[in-house]
Every structure is written in structure tokens, then in C-alpha cells.
Design a protein around this ligand. Structure first.
Ligand SMILES: [Fe+2]
Ligand SMILES: [Fe+2]
Length: 294
């Protein structure tokens, strides 16, 4: 019977006590030493929380809880994205059409393993299992299951890894933990290469037009998932209780939510335009992919 490959993000994890896990760590040369610092990695300012009246009315203990929860989610999302990177690399090794392409994706997958192993010691809490953490994760899983080679190269490497560079740079620049900031620096260097490789492969394939429908569909899902995730409101609600519609609108105004969403959209449009795919940009606009609602 043919063995099924599991390239999904649920790919089984054997755990710290398994000899394969120990071997993976030792071969990678990245120790599993847990970060023991007690300070948050990102302070309230990273999330613009200091501008929120609801946040400012909370006790110091509650404020700390809201910030630490956001820190924990940020790292868990990165953990899953890096895990996705490995599974994506594995799928692309299978689909590669030349020795060079296969080699490049093998190196790519190796980078993503190192990224995940470097992030793991900084996780706050148990190993993440919850794929409902962020809507981006189900969009990524769907892409991995259904995407053609060309549409994945474009949406994952050109758009998402390009966008990820901005996201990781922001996380590095406001990180209060110097060791974690260094980890982001290392990751960013590799991600520049992954994005560049996607641009070269996309230009070389010349087959993008045939994949346009799928590319529009996948890109729309990604853009919407990035706009719709609203962790700040969610974390405040867990600590403070339900917020009314008016309070949520007010919170978004106070924390410049629209401005940060506009920046995301601008970055995405730039990345798409960079590949000369103006048609895609226009289609996404007409689909309402870039709409921001309060
Ligand atoms: Fe990565
Ligand atoms: Fe990457």
C-alpha cells in the first residue's frame, strides 16, 4: 500500500523524550535551553495598548495578563508558520523539476527547521496545538492541500514571505529580549533568500496566467485572514469581559487599527505589483479583499 505523506501542519510531533527528537536537536546544533527571563518580550507599546482607555482602566496585574497573552500568541503563530515552512518545503521537494530546484527547496526546508528550533525555547507555555489560533493557519493549510506548484510559489514565497519580512522586522525592532531579537535577525536573513527565490521561480515559470483563478482565491484568503485577526480585542475581552460594539470601535480608533491595516494592505499591493501582476491587484480590489471595516 502506498504510504500517505503528511505535509499538513498537524504532522505528528514525537516529543522531547523521543530519541529522534534528541537527535534532531543535536544535529541542528541548536540547544533546547528554555528561556527563563520573566520580562515580556514585547511591551504594551508594541500593540498600541497604552492608547486604549479600557486597557488603562485595568489593574497592573490585568494589564500584564493581556500583554503576556499577546506575547504568547505571537510566538505560537511563528512556531506554526515555521512548521508550515517545513511542510511546504517537503511538498516542493517532491514537485521540483530540476536538480537545482530540488536542492534549493531542501536548503529552504532545512532553514525552516532551524527557525522553528530557535523559536521553541522562547514559547510561553505548552507546545502549541491549536490551529484555530489565527485564521492565517487554516488559509495556509488549505493552500498546502489544494495549491498548484506555481500558485503556491507565488502566494507563499513572493507574497507571504515578503509580508513576513515586514512582520518579523517589527517584532525584532520592538523586542525587549536581546537573545530573541538575535533569533529574529537570523530568521530574517534566511527569509530574504526564500522570498527572492520565489520571485526568480515565478518569473522563470511564466505560467502564472493559467493559475490566475487559484492565485486570486488563495491570495484573497490570506489577505482577509491577516486583516480579520483581531488579537488585541480578543485578549482584552478574555481579561475584561465582553466589549460592546461601540467599545470595540472606540478601541480600534484609539489604537490606530485602521492605520496599521492600511500599512499591511500597502505592503501586500507593493509585493504583488513587484511581480508585474497588476491584473491580480485590480481583481483583489474588486473582490473587496483589501476592504477595511471597523
Ligand atoms: Fe522561516
Ligand atoms: Fe521561509
Amino acid at each position: 500500500m502506498e504510504k500517505q505523506h503528511d505535509h499538513s501542519m498537524l504532522c505528528r510531533r514525537l516529543g522531547d523524550k523521543d530519541p529522534l527528537h534528541t537527535l534532531m536537536r543535536s544535529v541542528s546544533g541548536i540547544p533546547a535551553t528554555k528561556n527563563t527571563g520573566t520580562k515580556p518580550y514585547w511591551a504594551e507599546g508594541h500593540y498600541q495598548l497604552q492608547r486604549s482607555s479600557i486597557y488603562n482602566s485595568m489593574s497592573e496585574i490585568q494589564k500584564n495578563e493581556v500583554v503576556l497573552r499577546l506575547n504568547r500568541w505571537s510566538l505560537e503563530l511563528i512556531y506554526f508558520i515555521e512548521k508550515f515552512g517545513l511542510n511546504y518545503g517537503a511538498r516542493m521537494i517532491e514537485l521540483a523539476e530540476s536538480e537545482e530546484e530540488k536542492s534549493l527547496y531542501s536548503l529552504f526546508a532545512g532553514d525552516e527547521v532551524r527557525h522553528r528550533l530557535m523559536i521553541e525555547p522562547f514559547l510561553l507555555g505548552e507546545h502549541p496545538q491549536n490551529l484555530n489560533l489565527h485564521p492565517l493557519l487554516s488559509a495556509l493549510n488549505l493552500c498546502l492541500q489544494q495549491g498548484s506548484k506555481e500558485s503556491m510559489t507565488f502566494t507563499i514565497q513572493v507574497i507571504l514571505e515578503g509580508f513576513g519580512l515586514m512582520h518579523y522586522s517589527q517584532l525584532r525592532d520592538s523586542c525587549l529580549n536581546p537573545e530573541l531579537a538575535l533569533v529574529f535577525n537570523d530568521i530574517i536573513k534566511d527569509e530574504v533568500g526564500h522570498h527572492g527565490m520565489g520571485v526568480v521561480l515565478t518569473k522563470k515559470s511564466g505560467n502564472l496566467a493559467a493559475q490566475n483563478e487559484q492565485i486570486i482565491h488563495l491570495t484573497h484568503n490570506f489577505v482577509r485572514s491577516l486583516i480579520e485577526a483581531d488579537w488585541v480585542t480578543k485578549s482584552l475581552e478574555i481579561t475584561a469581559g465582553h466589549l460592546s460594539h461601540e467599545q470595540k470601535v472606540n478601541l480600534k480608533q484609539e489604537t490606530f487599527w485602521h492605520k496599521s491595516q492600511s500599512l499591511k494592505i500597502e505592503k501586500m499591493s507593493q509585493l504583488i505589483s513587484k511581480t508585474g501582476n497588476q491584473d491580480l491587484c485590480e481583481k483583489l480590489h474588486s473582490l473587496g479583499s483589501f476592504d477595511i471595516k471597523a
